[in-house]
Design a protein around this ligand. Sequence first.
Ligand SMILES: *Cc1c(COP(=O)(O)O)cnc(C)c1O
Ligand code: SF4
Length: 319
Amino acid sequence: MARSFTQLSTLLEWLDLDRDKLPFQCDDSADFPLRVTLDFASRMRVGDAGDPLLLQVLPLQQESAVVEGYSQDPVGDMNAAVSQGVLQKYNGRALLITTAACAIHCRYCFRRHFPYQQQHIEPQLCDQTLEKLNAPDITEIILSGGDPLTLNDQRLALLLSQLKQLPYLKRLRIHTRMPVILPSRVTPELVNILRDFPLPVTTVLHINHPNELDESVATALHQLRHSNTHILNQAVLLKGINDSPEVLKELCEKGFRMGILPYYVHQLDKVHGSAHFQVSRERALELEKQLRKQLPGYLLPKFVTEIAGENSKVSIGRF
Ligand SMILES: *Cc1c(COP(=O)(O)O)cnc(C)c1O
Ligand code: SF4
């Protein structure tokens, strides 16, 4: 992570791009700074300002546009906090904000304005958190953030050793981009920690474009599968990046070759700064229809949106 790009000028130079000749205005003064690993950047095409991986991380001036309907907390996270760093929206599932850190800063992130200072847990859980989680109506815990795999193996092992004591827990889930953004994070120790967890573990990755997947990711996922975790993917529908049936189909098929099952395609949450990525609902429905015609049922992701206050993610055909 220390070798990541955090300066716009360095990244552009590395990609052989001239800031003044880009087809859009960049703005690297934002409070959500540029961050991308060398691994991820090395999958970008040199000299291509429209590269679908570059567009996910490039800070643009458009982000400061105030657009009606876009807000700091588009999915009602703050109303879902049942204790410090514990979000509960849906039956049976509690989501833990384990860290504020990520190895990449995705410009469209719905938690880009999240008040991590006020809302996070420590790997050594406090009594209040343990009490909250030790409840018959919490059967699945989701480690989220930030990216929970930015915690080192020791801190992760500490957290899991407490979770495995919870008598009502049936499943554990980890929402992470790390195996894709920094494949070397899948250490033998991580594989052991997950394999030794006494309950089924599901890893939900976040990959938006097939170019994010290369041999180094395939190798990391191959290792990860030794821990018996189920591997799923959620993508975010992003204008100019993956809003075509060909790209989404390739994402599903290429991922499957690496052991990933498609889970969700999310309609973009309306977070301030992301409006230029929005794909219309009509287009999303059309993409789903096209994919449904071409892919077997088990490779077809569910197209969903999140509506604050609903008791599950909502199929885009239904709202
Ligand atoms: C999305 C989300 C979940 C997970 O929902 P699934 O449909 O089970 O994947 C759980 N908790 C919160 C707070 C969420 O936002
Ligand atoms: S990895 Fe996930 S949490 Fe981190 S910036 Fe990207 S979308 Fe947001």
